[in-house]
Design a protein around this ligand. Structure first.
Ligand SMILES: [Zn+2]
Length: 100
């Protein structure tokens, strides 16, 4: 007899915890937004090829990934980030046009 009472109760608990899990999963997604990848082969600050002076320096800026040829370029980037973001967007748009 007790089991008959328990079953709908368990179903409700499962449904509620499922919803809670789904909600917390969504909250987690907004916290770990995927970065927009950096598709250029060169450092936007110096214009040098990435990887030539060792591993590229990867930096996350406003939800996008930016790769510099070295850490020193990050300093220059931070002086005028808007300018470099614009340069990246322009260079990426150009690269896309060249491909298609
Ligand atoms: Zn550099």
């Amino acid at each position: 007899m007790i089991m008959k009472v328990m079953k709908p109760f368990v179903a409700v608990v499962v449904a509620v915890s499922f919803c809670a899990a789904a909600m917390s999963a969504n909250a987690g997604d907004t916290n770990s937004v995927k970065l927009k990848p950096y598709t250029l082969k060169t450092c936007i600050v110096s214009g040098d090829k990435l990887g030539e002076m060792g591993d590229a320096y990867v930096y996350a800026y406003k939800g996008r990934e930016i790769k510099f040829c070295c850490k020193g370029c990050l300093k220059d980037f931070n002086k005028e980030p808007a300018k470099y973001i614009k340069l990246i967007d322009e260079a990426e748009a150009k690269a896309k046009k060249a491909k298609s």
